[in-house]
Design a protein around this ligand. Structure first.
Ligand code: PAF
Length: 287
């Protein structure tokens, strides 16, 4: 596995791979790799000649009072994990390499970057689109692999890719969960023992919401209220948002119909966890 730390070297390596006509699968990460990332790497491995993983804790996607400084960093362990998954190249740039002094250019997907998670984290998605745009220019992959856990990130990045004509296919990989249902996340490490015990309530609430939502004549409000009471009664979590939206556009639903996503963000102390569930509800009428 090749470890590349600067832009000059990634450019020349990608140039030669492109000349040889090999397909490139790209998995962008912020490191602290866990089974969720590894399952994405395995899929990329199966579908491409070359797999490139980036590890970069992107300061531009963290707000001032967020966890940039304490975000887990484990360079050596990440290298070993990526090597085990037969990753070909790990791109590990420094902050100065990516954002040199007097850096001024950003990518912003309007509207959908400021709702749901973007409401509480106003700079987050602008930071994500900027870094992923830059990485796509550097790695020039055929396939970009993203995790469904960050469902809004997937939708915002898809929009950027369409609007700015990046020649890449987006491959979305399923959420990987602990046996008790907690979605894997690098931030789970922050949870206290008590918070960790309570955290499966999020997926339980999502599953119950889906069961209710699939019944006839159920209102969005009814489903969201059920979730709220489920979470507040059974945990110390404080709800940032729970939303029932169209799974492709993020438009809030008045009626539960079509490809539906129920998404949430809940804080346990300072730790903000997100999760979601996607399902189809048809109105039963023959088309
Ligand atoms: O999902 C993440 O880990 C990050 O938001 C990403 C896509 C690597 C951009 O920094």
């Amino acid at each position: 596995m090749l470890i590349i730390k600067n832009i000059k070297s990634i450019n020349s390596k990608i140039n030669s791979l492109k000349r040889s006509g090999r397909s490139i699968g790209f998995v962008p990460t912020m490191g602290a790799l866990h089974e969720g990332h590894l399952s994405i790497m395995r899929r990329a491995r199966r579908q491409n000649d070359i797999v490139v993983v980036s590890v970069f804790v992107n300061p531009k996607q963290f707000g001032l009072n967020e966890d940039f400084a304490r975000y887990p960093r484990q360079e050596k362990k990440d290298h070993l994990l990526a090597k085990k998954e037969k990753v070909d190249i790990i791109f590990y740039p420094s902050i100065e390499e990516i954002y040199p002094t007097r850096y001024l250019t950003y990518i912003n997907v309007e509207g959908i970057s400021r709702i749901l998670c973007g409401h509480d984290r106003p700079v987050h998605f602008k930071g994500v689109t900027t870094i992923v745009g830059k990485l796509l220019n550097l790695v020039r992959p055929d396939n970009l692999y993203l995790g469904q856990k960050d469902a809004q990130q997937v939708i915002v990045l898809r929009k950027m890719i369409v609007d700015l004509n990046f020649p890449v296919k987006v491959r979305v990989c399923p959420i990987v969960r602990e046996p008790d249902g907690l979605a894997l996340s690098s931030r789970n490490k922050y949870l206290t023992n008590q918070q960790r015990l309570e955290s499966p309530v999020l997926f339980q609430a999502l599953k119950k919401a889906k069961i209710k939502a699939l019944k006839e004549n159920v209102s969005v409000k009814g489903v969201l209220n059920l979730m709220k009471s489920n979470i507040t009664k059974n945990s110390s979590g404080s709800i940032d948002y729970i939303a029932c939206v169209d799974a492709d556009s993020l438009v809030p639903l008045d009626v539960i119909k079509g490809r539906v996503m129920i998404a949430l963000a809940v804080k346990f102390g300072k730790t903000r966890l997100i999760d979601n569930i996607v399902f189809r509800k048809d109105d039963g009428k023959k088309k």
